[in-house]
Design a protein around this ligand. Structure first.
Ligand code: CP
Ligand code: NVA
Length: 308
């Protein structure tokens, strides 16, 4: 049974293992019979505020709110008064009078924490520099669909120790999974987030380990996952990162280290020829478009959990 009320989704640490099970179970049900939920958010307004570009997050939230009978408001920070210096704390107090929840994609993770404490509506993190919890809800749903379970599965993430790596560590720990993160030493995950995820994993029978050799990390894995070498906001480092991550590309020979039934995941957008070769992402082990579709179902379940 779920033992704590979920008010916000900022890092996935708001969830207990059983609350995550409930949420993913609901996502599977929403996916099976979307019509049963078409009025579940009737009368609810959800603001969707973007300070960075987005295809999947924007579309899946906007469509998701509509499919639940609610009303989405797409907002770009450059069009709001925050673009001209209005404090975020004023903005969220105003928003709290108009809408029932705010999904935001922004830079500093502290921004979503400030919004959660200054406002009086649920805040959903649609990606910060440090975390991407909504993506990992979809990733875990995908793992569960393919293998029938998450517990005990080994997911190897190869590449930058970024927002995706952090959220995969937390979501994997909640799931009792074995998460291996393989990154160049200078680009590994944040120690504090690793330690929190590690403590969580110790309570679920999972594990989180850090690797520098992608081949060793991929050996025997059930899931191989990668993300861009340069995230949004790191465009100036892109050329340097291409060099630093040269041996961290997911190609066919790396996939061969994993189990023969292993799947390939990528949060997208992908850069073929950089973090992954075209034969892998477009090949038979790749389920990246099912994974992208699952953003819709997982986030509908999230909004039902926070709002219905
Ligand atoms: N994976 C993901 O968040 O995609 P977008 O940047 O297109 O939203
Ligand atoms: N790490 C990437 C994820 C995009 C969905 C970024 O932050 O740009």
């Amino acid at each position: 049974m779920t033992t704590k009320t979920i008010n916000h989704l900022l890092t996935l640490e708001e969830l207990t293992p059983s609350a995550l099970d409930d949420l993913l179970g609901l996502a599977a049900e929403v996916k099976r019979q979307p019509e049963a939920f078409q009025s579940a958010l009737a009368g609810k307004k959800v603001a969707l505020l973007f300070e960075k570009a987005s295809t999947r997050t924007r579309m899946s939230f906007e469509v998701g709110v509509v499919e639940l009978g609610g009303y989405p408001l797409f907002l770009s920070s450059s069009d709001l008064q925050i673009g001209r210096g209005e404090p975020l704390t004023d903005t969220i107090q105003v928003m709290s009078r108009y809408v029932d929840a705010l999904m935001i994609r922004t830079y500093a993770h502290a921004t979503v924490e400030t919004l959660a404490s200054a406002g009086s509506i649920p805040i959903i993190n649609g990606l910060t520099d440090s975390h991407h919890p909504c993506q990992v809800l979809a990733d875990l749903l995908t793992v569960e669909e393919v293998f029938g379970t998450r517990t005990g599965k080994t997911l190897t993430y190869i590449g930058d120790g970024n927002n995706m790596a952090h959220s995969l560590m937390i979501g994997g720990a909640l799931s009792g999974m074995h998460i291996r993160i393989a990154s160049p030493e200078a680009y590994t995950v944040e120690t504090e987030i690793f330690e929190r995820a590690n403590e969580l994993a110790a309570t679920t029978g999972g594990s989180i380990t850090l690797w520098q050799d992608p081949v060793a990390a991929a050996t025997g894995a059930d899931v191989i996952y990668t993300d861009v070498f340069a995230s949004m906001g790191q465009e100036a480092e892109a050329a340097e990162r291409l060099t630093q991550f040269a041996t961290f590309q997911v190609d066919a020979s790396l996939m061969q280290q994993a189990k023969s039934e292993a799947i390939f995941l990528h949060c997208l957008p992908a850069h073929r020829g950089e973090e992954v070769t075209a034969d892998v992402i477009d090949g038979p082990q790749s389920v990246v478009f099912n994974q992208a579709e699952n953003r819709l179902h997982a986030q509908k379940a999230l909004m039902l959990t926070l709002l219905a």
